[in-house]
Design a protein around this ligand. Structure first.
Ligand SMILES: Cc1cc2nc3c(=O)[nH]c(=O)nc-3n(C[C@H](O)[C@H](O)[C@H](O)COP(=O)(O)OP(=O)(O)OC[C@H]3O[C@@H](n4cnc5c(N)ncnc54)[C@H](O)[C@@H]3O)c2cc1C
Length: 241
């Protein structure tokens, strides 16, 4: 099996959480199979999820802050701050991107949402005309694992939350697939704090197996035959609002 580079982005504040157990189990399994794993433990890194002028060492427009305009300039000139640039380097090097998080208010915790907003920047991760099937990361794979408080019954079609696939659609479709990633089925550890210890062990085993299956699938190098920066003449990004 060819060795893959896997970036795991982990968003749970508690080092003994089940999310951490999933991340460590996944990393151990992947490394044992010869893959390279990079872990971004966002809380341990004290990652700042709040977007703003502090994201850049450059200024496109001092009078009006338009985030995508500043991101485009920073991508063109290499003027993202180090916190963002380091994460972008990890993303750029990863064949497979894995996000692990607890479901909080029906979505990822703010720290992970902010990671997407700041790291997956305009002109780095997406650009006009290159989304979904032509997204900049097409050919690469993504997967996410979610822990929930809610039971499978709550996530059934008749349940109060509805199917997990529907709840998680914004992350899958509007983030990963938007950037062109081929997304494996989300792994959901339902009711992680409530189930019996044996059930959690089974979650860990199934998650490791699913990660290894994903790592066996083909990946293609990012196809940047049209480099995103070539598509961004000085004012083009203003049309993206
Ligand atoms: C702000 C907020 C909003 C929320 N919104 C939602 C929501 O919209 N929908 C919903 O369903 N839930 C919701 N929840 C609940 C939340 O999703 C769960 O509390 C969370 O998913 C549990 O996962 P965890 O990783 O934090 O596990 P933890 O609660 O940290 O751990 C669960 C259990 O796993 C055990 N464990 C840890 N490591 C291992 C290991 N190696 N092997 C075996 N067991 C281990 C722990 O000891 C613990 O008993 C919300 C919670 C918060 C705080």
């Amino acid at each position: 099996m060819p060795a893959r580079t896997v970036l795991i982005v982990l968003a749970n504040p508690e080092p003994t959480s089940f999310c951490h157990a999933l991340a460590y189990t996944g990393r151990t399994a992947l490394e044992a199979a010869g893959h390279r794993v990079v872990l971004s433990d966002l809380y341990a890194m004290d990652f700042n999820p709040v977007a703003g002028r502090h994201d850049f060492t450059s200024v496109a427009d001092p009078d009006r802050f338009h985030y995508q305009s500043e991101q485009a300039k920073a991508a063109r000139e290499g003027t993202f701050v180090e916190e963002i640039r380091l994460e972008q380097d990890k993303v750029a090097a990863a064949d497979i991107l894995v996000a692990i998080f607890p479901l909080w208010w029906g979505g990822p915790p703010a720290i992970l949402k902010g990671w997407f907003e700041r790291v997956m920047a305009y002109s780095f991760a997406y650009v006009d005309g290159f989304r979904f099937d032509s997204g900049l990361f097409r050919g690469r794979r993504a997967m996410f694992a979610v822990t929930t408080g809610g039971t499978p019954a709550r996530f059934s079609p008749e349940g109060v939350y509805g199917p997990a696939a529907d709840v998680l659609m914004p992350v899958r479709r509007l983030a990963f697939e938007y950037m062109g990633y081929e997304v494996s089925e989300p792994f959901v550890a339902y009711a992680a704090p409530r189930v019996a210890p044996e059930a959690r062990e089974e979650y860990l085993e199934r998650f490791a197996a699913q990660l290894l299956d994903t790592a066996r699938l083909p990946v293609a190098p990012v196809q940047r035959e049209v480099h995103p920066l070539d598509l961004v003449p000085d004012d083009a990004w203003r049309k993206t609002r």
